[in-house]
Design a protein around this ligand. Structure first.
Ligand code: ADP
Length: 153
């Protein structure tokens, strides 16, 4: 079985993430969305909320699983027998950052990172911009899946 993990903070999940996930399921038998737990980071949404948003968004997608993990991504890949890491690329800054991580992960393991270019319609979206719009009472519904909006109203 070709299993990929899509790791991230998903604080919250955006239409950019869901675009990558929907395209990822066409390439793999299973896409495990893995929410990383980082004790040093301050999040807007709790781990449980972030997980629920994603579960609700992909409730009708049997090939999509949602889990949380701690520690190195490559260790978690080994644990669940995922041979691929899926990542999205929005711009050159993403590329430079992701390149270093992917090279490091290849040094640490045999796991391949597969990059998908974001679709033009969602390439400007980031979770941090969504959080900013939410904080300032803007209309963030155009940036996120419905499950995130319903929770807020
Ligand atoms: P991280 O904390 O690892 O940056 P994120 O939740 O921000 O986690 O992102 C997880 C993955 O989703 C990364 O590969 C990132 O490049 C990708 N991503 C983020 N925003 C978008 C977007 N608008 N379109 C496509 N991919 C995106």
């Amino acid at each position: 079985m070709k299993r990929a993990i899509f790791p991230g903070s998903f604080d919250p999940i955006t239409l950019g993430h869901s675009d990558i996930i929907k395209r990822g399921v066409k390439l793999f038998d299973e896409v495990v969305i893995a929410i990383g737990i980082n004790g040093d980071k301050k999040y807007m949404f709790s781990l449980e909320e972030r997980k629920q948003f994603i579960e609700a968004t992909f409730a009708n997608h049997p090939k999509v699983k949602v889990v949380t993990y701690q520690g190195l991504t490559v260790d978690f890949c080994r644990e669940i027998n995922a041979k691929f890491i899926l990542r999205g690329l929005r711009n050159p800054a993403d590329f430079e950052f992701e390149k270093a991580i992917a090279h490091t992960n290849r040094k640490l393991s045999k796991i391949e990172t597969v990059f998908l270019l974001t679709s033009a319609k969602t390439s400007f979206i980031s979770s941090s911009i969504v959080r900013d719009v939410i904080r300032n009472n803007g209309n963030y519904s155009i940036l996120v899946p419905e499950s995130v909006v319903i929770k807020q109203d």
